[in-house]
Unconditional design. Structure first.
Length: 100
């Protein structure tokens, strides 16, 4: 997969365990903030989750990025492995995030 203006992350072994029975079991995608050059996307392919996205940065008080998320409540445990990461910028990031 080659997307010139986007970062590419391949995520394996994603497991989210929540103490709440009302937590979602579905993933969603969202672009956050301004500075998104093109809409991000995510999909499941050959046993891995693939996340594509652009943005300015995740820093300070003006985040700008695409992410794949699962709404949840209560205590959670997240495990995953970033098996591949192709960055188009030196500050690009891949990994788990918890947002309130």
């Amino acid at each position: 997969i080659e997307i010139p203006d986007q970062c590419l992350s391949i995520l394996d072994g994603i497991r989210v365990v929540s103490s709440s029975s009302s937590s979602s079991k579905n993933f969603y995608g969202l672009d956050i903030g301004s500075g998104i050059a093109s809409a991000g996307n995510f999909f499941f392919d050959s046993g891995s989750w693939v996340v594509l996205g652009t943005g300015v940065d995740i820093w300070g008080n003006s985040d700008s990025f695409h992410y794949m998320y699962m709404p949840t409540t209560g205590d959670i445990t997240i495990s995953m492995f970033v098996s591949s990461f192709t960055a188009n910028h030196p500050w690009a990031k891949a990994g788990p995030m918890i947002r309130a």
